[in-house]
Design a protein around this ligand. Sequence first.
Ligand code: NAD
Ligand code: UDP
Ligand code: UDP
Length: 321
Amino acid sequence: MNRILVTGGAGFLGSHLCDRLIEQGHDVLCVDNFYTGGKHNVAHLVGHPRFELMRHDVTFPLYVEVDRIFNLACPASPVHYQYDPVQTTKTSVHGAINMLGLAKRLKARILQASTSEVYGDPEVHPQREDYWGRVNPIGIRSCYDEGKRCAETLFFDYWRQHNLDIKVVRIFNTYGPRMHPNDGRVVSNFIVQALKGEDITIYGDGSQTRSFCYVDDLVEAMQRMMDTEAGFTGPVNIGNPGEYSMLELAEKILSLVGGTSKLRFEPLPSDDPRQRQPDIALAKEKLGGWAPSVPLEEGLKRTIAYFRERLGMGKLAARVA
Ligand code: NAD
Ligand code: UDP
Ligand code: UDP
């Protein structure tokens, strides 16, 4: 049993990670300022003797005693991270410095939730970890992309300079229950729109691609990474290599939800990456043969069921009402 700090633990990925850590018998300290996450995501854990929820902003120092740190605190959807871009950079950079300082004082292992956004709008396809990326430093996505790149730099400098035990994962688009219905990401947008019978908003011509990983597969890989031998730092890509255009995704979701929604084409936001697909050879090699196991259709069904309940359209909601 370890005492484990999860920053951003009340968010989408963080709350699933907290669930898994509690199931495994660890002591979990969930730190979150509830900027994009919420208490509802971890309400079922509150009161558990091994779970503690703390409201705290990681841009400020944090003095606690733990054995391991998962650093997930950061808004992740373009709509949310662009709402207050200065705060986004502060969260990535000051947050990383504080959590690295904490890890250094405690000699604790620390894992950074980095992102495929470090590759920007890539010229290399699929993306491997040794690709340095193509990121606009002054665009509307830069607060997130450059913030996350700087956080990686800090992790590797604390490793080189202070011999800190670091792990870095680069997460590709992940989806599943507990995504915020209004967070603006494509999977949640399309599902919510389809369920409400609203138009499906396709940005650009919908030919841009993404690869979608179900949350359970992601959490499994993140935990395996945390448990790799000392000295292995990553970065390691984690994602599902299945690649879909946004038009294909819209069709898939419409066929699963049914309903009457039409496609509506809207302008493509600037710097929107054209294509994205992880090369997961390194993850397979280093994470004990890990590979994603939940196919897109199955993961979408589970996510649709979640949003049905959340939007008050499910059988359970009807019974409660
Ligand atoms: P999310 O927005 O649901 O979760 C982020 C959590 O961090 C929220 O609970 C939020 O309140 C909290 N937070 C934000 N700023 C904070 C601060 N200053 N101090 C304390 N807490 C703060 O997003 P998510 O999808 O769960 O993403 C979690 C992490 O994984 C993020 O670091 C994100 O960059 C990374 N990531 C996610 C994806 C994905 O597809 N979901 C892809 C790549 C990387
Ligand atoms: N820090 C923290 N908790 C700790 C130790 C450090 O939040 O338990 C923060 C503190 O704000 C510090 C930062 O981490 O500024 C970086 O710490 P480090 O020891 O690397 O550098 P320094 O203290 O010299 O700034
Ligand atoms: N997208 C879209 N309609 C939406 C939301 C997003 O067509 O309602 C597109 C967006 O332009 C991008 C892709 O879907 O090309 C993935 O967007 P998301 O915000 O989920 O993630 P990211 O761009 O960070 O990968």
